[in-house]
Design a protein around this ligand. Sequence first.
Ligand SMILES: [Zn+2]
Length: 345
Amino acid sequence: MSSLLPASIVGSLPKPSWLAEPEKLWSPWKLDGDALVEGKQDALRAAVQEQQHRGIDVVSDGEQTRQHFVTTFIEHLSGVDFEQRETVRIRDRYDASVPSVVGAVSRERPVFVDDAAFLRSQTDRPIKWALPGPMTMVDTLYDRHYRSREKLAWEFAAILNAEARELEAAGVDVIQFDEPAFNVFHDEVRDWGVAALERAAEGLRAETVVHICYGYGIKANNDWKATLGAEWRQYEQSFPLLQGSSIDTVSLESHHSHVPVELVELLRGKKVMLGAIDVASHEVETPEEVADTLRAALRHVDAELLVPSTNCGMAPLPRSVALGKLAALSAGAALLREELAAPPR
Ligand SMILES: [Zn+2]
């Protein structure tokens, strides 16, 4: 276990081909009933094993028990009707048919707590669990009931907080909220987004992370990225607000992105989970490339506060590529760790 530069992935890993069709988001399960429960647990075991074997220090579930990082959580809530669908524009980028909010939203029972307890039973390393952030949840629904993105976000924040507290009680060390919407709706981030996120994380002793990215390496996202110009400065809006927030850690894209690394400076004093692995490319990084990306950030973040990570989830990648990237991430972190430990010449 490395205390300096502890490697940790953002979230998802590819699922085994016997569990769900590979290289696909929202891939349907190939099993059902008890076989599905057992299959998900076996996949989670394999994800833990691969992370440990390949030197990942803070272990995740690889999202092996859920179909999608936002939808699966929402499916477990009441007040949302998955039959009544409307087409909306998600993250201002692509149209999708989404479920409708038809009444007060609530969490009748824990969503991921059993899965997290199972993850806890599989490893002695610190574990991380990801939940969607309030704004990103709001952005994937059609709201007939509250008719206010802010009001719905506050409801979701309270629900997420209840879930997070139970995850913490089940032994989760790090709770991550995925808020890709923070890179798009800058006015809402300022007006209520960060406050709603803090509400979701309120009172937790577990370390809290917010992950803000430019999305999975799928076509709609890659096309959008192509319109963003030579320098991606979206983080410039949210980072100063997050620097002043109660959230412990900010997770961002860096490797192969057009994000100027000096934007990390805006987070001074916070922990930084830096993406040193490109999830939109099938090419596996070399350890040297990973170390270079991490080293470049050290001008803007103290080494003690730097967490080597991936740009985003790896669910849509071929499994062999994702596993290669796990190894590259930890090897790159190890290279830089050695460098930092070397006596000054
Ligand atoms: Zn992401």
